[in-house]
Design a protein around this ligand. Structure first.
Ligand SMILES: Nc1ncnc2c1ncn2[C@@H]1O[C@H](COP(=O)(O)OP(=O)(O)OP(=O)(O)O)[C@@H](O)[C@H]1O
Ligand SMILES: [Mg+2]
Length: 268
C-alpha cells in the first residue's frame, strides 16, 4: 500500500485556551483531492493554517502530529516550514486581491515566489513565471495592459495566486475557499485550471469549502468537520448520497433543499 503523502494524527488546536479542533486525524495520498466541508466556524481554516505552520503561536496552542513526506511539521522550525511553503506545499486562500501586493508588478511577484524556493537566476525565473502565468490564463497581452494586481479583476488575481501556488511544482495544494469570492463562471474556470494541473502533475489537494456542489465536482474523498471534530470521512459519492453521521445528513439535506429551491425558481 502507498504511504500517504500527508498524515494528520490527533491534531488539537485551541485559541486562547478555547478548543477549536479536537483529535482530528486523516491522511491524503498523492493525486487525491480531499474536500473538507462543514459550517462556518467548524475549524476548516484552522486545519489549513495548522498544516502550513501559519497559526499565530501567541494565540494558538497546537498538539498532535502532522507528517508530510515523513517529516513532522509540528516539530519543524520556521525556516524549514518556510522552505516547504511554496515549494512542496502550495496555498491558495479566499482573498486573492488581499494576498497580492498592489504596488508590485504581478510578474515580479511570481518571479519572487520562484526565487525564494529555487536557486535559479532572475532571467530563468522570469521565463518560468511567464509560463506559469500563461498556463493560468494570464497571458503577456493581459499583463501588457494590466501589469499591477490592482488593475486585475478578482478572478484574474485568483489565477495569479494559482500561478504563485503552483510555481514551484508543489506535491500538496491547500485551497481554502479559493473561489468563494468569484462568480460561477470564474469559479468553474479556476476549478478547471486546478484540475488540469492536478491531472498533469499528480498533485494532492485539500479543498476546503462550504459549497457542497463545488466539492462534489472536485473531491475524491470528503471529510466533514463539526465543531472541531471530524465526524465523517469517506468517498465523495458515499458521503453526499449516503451520509452516515447525523450532522452530515443535515448538511446534505440543507444543500439538496437549496438546490431543489433554485431549480424550482429557475423553472418557474
Ligand atoms: N485568531 C483567532 N483567535 C481566536 N479565535 C479564532 C481565531 N481564528 C479562528 N478562531 C475561532 O476558531 C473557530 C474555528 O474558526 P475557523 O476559521 O477555523 O472556521 P472555518 O470552519 O474556517 O469557518 P468559515 O467557514 O467561516 O471560514 C471559530 O470559532 C473562530 O471564531
Ligand atoms: Mg474558513
Amino acid at each position: 500500500m502507498n504511504t500517504p503523502l500527508l498524515n494528520i494524527t490527533d491534531l488539537c488546536v485551541s485559541y486562547h485556551g478555547r478548543s477549536v479542533l479536537e483529535h482530528v486525524s486523516f491522511d491524503v495520498s498523492q493525486g487525491e483531492t480531499l474536500g473538507i466541508i462543514g459550517r462556518s466556524g467548524a475549524g476548516k481554516s484552522t486545519i489549513a493554517l495548522a498544516l502550513t505552520g501559519l497559526l499565530d503561536a501567541n494565540v494558538a496552542t497546537v498538539t498532535g502530529r502532522i507528517e508530510f513526506q515523513g517529516q513532522d511539521l509540528l516539530q519543524s522550525g520556521e525556516a524549514d516550514l518556510c522552505r516547504l511553503r511554496g515549494s512542496s506545499i502550495g496555498m491558495i486562500f479566499q482573498d486573492p486581491v488581499g494576498s497580492l501586493d498592489p504596488a508590485m508588478l504581478v510578474e515580479d511577484q511570481v518571479v519572487e515566489a520562484i526565487q525564494i524556493h529555487e536557486r535559479i537566476d532572475r532571467n530563468e525565473a522570469r521565463l518560468k513565471a511567464r509560463q506559469r502565468l500563461a498556463a493560468a490564463g494570464i497571458t503577456a497581452e493581459v499583463l501588457a495592459t494590466a501589469p499591477y494586481a490592482h488593475q486585475l479583476s478578482g478572478g484574474m488575481c485568483q489565477r495569479v495566486m494559482v500561478a504563485v501556488a503552483l510555481a514551484c511544482g508543489p506535491r500538496l495544494l491547500i485551497a481554502d475557499e479559493p473561489t468563494s469570492s468569484l462568480d460561477l463562471t470564474l469559479q468553474a474556470q479556476i476549478v478547471h485550471l486546478i484540475k488540469k494541473v492536478q491531472a498533469e502533475s499528480g498533485l494532492a489537494m485539500i479543498f476546503i469549502s462550504h459549497d457542497l456542489a463545488l466539492v462534489s465536482r472536485i473531491a475524491d474523498n470528503i471529510a466533514v468537520i463539526h465543531k472541531g471534530v471530524l465526524v465523517e470521512r469517506g468517498i465523495c459519492d458515499q458521503v453526499l448520497n449516503r451520509p452516515v453521521h447525523e450532522y452530515t445528513r443535515s448538511l446534505v439535506a440543507a444543500w439538496k433543499h437549496e438546490t431543489e429551491g433554485s431549480v424550482r425558481i429557475a423553472s418557474a
